[in-house]
Design a protein around this ligand. Structure first.
Ligand code: NAD
Ligand code: LMR
Length: 329
């Protein structure tokens, strides 16, 4: 080990994503092969025993980078000293639940977690919210952490980004590694907009390579945007390993940087770029370097794109109004 361990707090540690995620964090894939990690797991009291079982398995992995595991059912303790906070645990939508009920139930989770991050996380804390509705849950947590710079609160659209990469690779017969500058705009929901107009496939403009607006509008966009629902339909449970993989990608890229000539997608607090109202946690194209990200500036949005970005941002605005009216932000 070459440096002091980094504290990684993971909520919902006993859930499906937690199970796929923790082993990859312990093996060094979240932060890199030279960075030891200490895991701080947060669960609800009823699930602490299951988290303890996962901890036994993590121990059995004999990971050279894993410097310790602590398990909590108290947010203040779990986030104390956190350098990286992965907020995975959330209240799923159940039968008969309206969107407002879901937002309210999640407010009960993300408000105290935001307060706990504010109270005790490390100065350099980086927060990724995975639990749905991820963008608005991130907004709730962020608004209860006034002492933490707002830009440290992000939500995950990397899974959507990866899904879009895979679909475009399949359509164009190109390896994923040859595709650059793809963007997910807006909300991690069915309104999200996967944008290929600035993307490159083996150095050529992706929209020109595809040259098929009908495919874009009627196949590509809905396939990416509704992939989460397709997986729930097929597996009987929401995506877990691919979501964990995307969470690893999100933090790894944030910490270690985007490759030259490429960018990624992250949902981050808007600074007003591209007409997205300030403060909304919306997905943008971003570059990262030295642990910081910047929204890519100056992209021209054609009418096709503008309409779709506006629709998804409109949904985020409505979600913000809903949580405002519930007193959650
Ligand atoms: N952003 C994305 O791309 C994306 C992708 C897939 C899933 N998700 C979302 O991620 C979340 C987790 O998915 P999962 O499949 O792991 O769910 P899961 O139900 O298997 O696990 C969730 C875990 O969170 C725990 N939990 C609930 N409230 C908690 C709290 N207050 N503190 C700590 N832990 C708490 C539960 O006990 C459970 O163990 C869901 O909201 C899901 O919709 C997001
Ligand atoms: O859990 C869900 O509702 C779907 C999930 O966000 C996904 O994109 O796979």
């Amino acid at each position: 080990m070459t440096q002091a361990p980094v504290n990684v707090t993971v909520t919902g540690a006993a859930g499906q994503i937690g199970y796929a995620l923790l082993f990859r964090v312990a093996s060094g894939q979240l932060l890199g092969p030279d960075t030891p990690v200490k895991l701080r797991l947060l669960e609800i009291p009823q699930a602490v025993k299951a988290a303890e079982g996962t901890a036994l398995e993590l121990e059995d992995g004999a990971f050279g980078l894993l410097a310790g595991i602590d398990i909590f059912d108290d947010a203040k303790q779990a986030f104390s000293g956190a350098n990286v906070a992965l907020l995975v645990g959330a209240r799923p939508r159940t039968k008969g639940m309206e969107r407002g009920d879901l937002l309210e139930a999640n407010g009960g989770i993300f408000k105290p977690q935001g307060e706990a991050i504010n109270a005790g996380a490390a100065e350099d804390v980086k927060v990724l919210v995975v639990g749905n509705p991820a963008n608005t849950n991130a907004l709730i947590a962020q608004s209860h952490a006034p002492d933490v710079p707002a830009e440290r609160f992000t939500a995950m659209t990397r899974l959507d980004h990866n899904r879009a990469l895979a679909q475009l690779a399949k359509k164009t017969g190109t390896p994923v590694g040859e595709i650059r500058k793809l963007t997910i705009w807006g909300n991690h929901s069915a309104t999200q907009y996967p944008d290929v107009f600035h993307a490159e496939v083996a150095g050529r403009n992706a929209a020109e390579v595809v040259n098929d607006r009908t495919w874009l509008a009627e196949e590509f966009i809905p396939t990416v945007a509704k992939r989460g629902a397709a997986i729930i339909e097929a597996r009987g449970a929401s995506s877990a390993a691919s979501a964990a993989s995307a969470a690893i990608d999100h933090v790894y890229t944030w910490v270690n940087g985007t490759p030259e000539g490429d960018w990624t997608s992250m949902a981050v607090p808007s600074d007003g770029s591209y007409g997205v109202p300030e403060g909304l946690i919306s997905s943008f194209p971003v570059t990262t370097r030295d642990g910081r990200y910047e929204i890519v500036q100056g992209l021209d949005l054609n009418e096709f794109s503008r309409e779709r970005v506006d629709a998804s941002v409109g949904e985020l605005t409505e979600e913000r109004e809903a949580v405002r009216s519930l007193g959650l932000v």
